[in-house]
Design a protein around this ligand. Sequence first.
Ligand code: ADP
Length: 492
Amino acid sequence: MAEQTITAERESSLIEAVPKRLFINGEWVDAEGGATLEVLDPSTGRLLCTVADASEQDGWNALKAAEAAQPGLAAMAPRERANILMRAFELMHERKDDLALLMTLEMGKPLSDSYGEVTYAAEFFRHFAEEATRISGSYQTAPAGGARFLVAKQPVGPTILITPWNFPLAMGTRKLGPAIAAGCTSVLKPAELTPLSMLALADILHEAGLPAGAVNILVTSTAGKVMEPLIRSGIARKLSFTGSTGVGRKLLEQASERVLRTSMELGGNAGFVVFEDADVDAAVAGALLAKMRNTGEACTAANRIFVHRSVIDEFASKLAAEMDKLPLGRGVEDGVRVGPLVDAKQLDKVDALVTDAVEGGAKVLIGGTPVDRDGYFYPPTVLTDIPSGARMRQEEIFGPVAPLTPFDTEEEVISWINDTEYGLVNYVYTESLRRGIRVAEAVESGMVGLNQGAVSNPAAPFGGIKESGLGREGGDTGIEEFLETKYIGIAM
Ligand code: ADP
């Protein structure tokens, strides 16, 4: 990461340079009637800029462009699709200073986190560039002889992609990479709080040679109204969503009307378990990462930290000391490791969850009340003695709050971990390989970090079970979500 001093002039010239219109059919266009929405800087609460605010008609224009571009993209040589993704990967690296700063300005995360995300996001393009030329099928003799089975893969068709504000770039490239690799066109709707990163990415894809209409970017303040008719139309054959379980449920219902393929990356309520035989310092470092990355605004964030009673005092004091050391401030400032939350709603939610736990008897080791300054800041907070009825045992905190609860037995902690409708990821710290595998198998989640506090990797299958979602992104399964299997039975 290149830490640098960012001047107000650098911030405003960067914002100035971002295209602030809709990207439809390879062109930048205003929204119908010239409507715009405001993008704020969460570290000050002040206006950064306005961008075009799409109407239902703009939505239809984007979907029609994706539909028209579909046959061309499907017919394009896989190597050419791979080359476009590789060029986009390289351009993202060339422009990493701009992309990282833009993300920090619109979302608030510290620049160090933004640099990490640019690298992570670009990696999806490289990974899927490599996958694009490996799409293959099979040929088989029927078990009874006679016929042959030819099995081929084809793109599912136009797609609708909806992404959240917490990882404005990576959640986009994680969907666009496999869509382009598989030969699927798309309409992508970024979160209205953080549209700038995706608008900058549209410029990169265009420059990398993506044909007009293959990716269309639709920013709107009326997501439900604009997206629902598009989803229900059946023109797109696939819906991929990352966001809250509540919205995911609604979208699944809409997608069912025309039986769209769906991928859903929804909420999480990760457990983080530290056994008595764990390396406590490694567990503290892992918890710091799993809790504080992105200022806690991640569906993979450690939401419930369970520590064996024999080591909880040591763990709690070390974690509190580490969290207390993290400098808080505007994400653009040198050395800052804790940025603001994304908006006032998020700040109020975190504050309400902490207040609820404290009123129920939780003890505050550090933090515990919002920071008194402009912007939406909540300080690193460590709580112990979390009452079993506390809302934060069931709800995603999405902030820099670490709730610690002691446990006595393996059986007890596994049952607590699984006592949630979510099932995205859990983290397990133990020096015993046998116990590690046993617990990893017993916890109900799509992913497990065994002695590590971060699992995301573009080459690994990311996704949840239970109400955390459907399908996997990344890995060798990620592209399958954008491919149909066609079986051709051949008489011989
Ligand atoms: P969060 O609570 O983290 O903001 P959401 O699930 O509300 O998560 O938002 C994730 C994405 O889903 C955003 O792009 C948002 O605009 C979009 N979204 C929210 N409601 C709807 C809806 N009814 N239809 C389509 N997209 C929606």
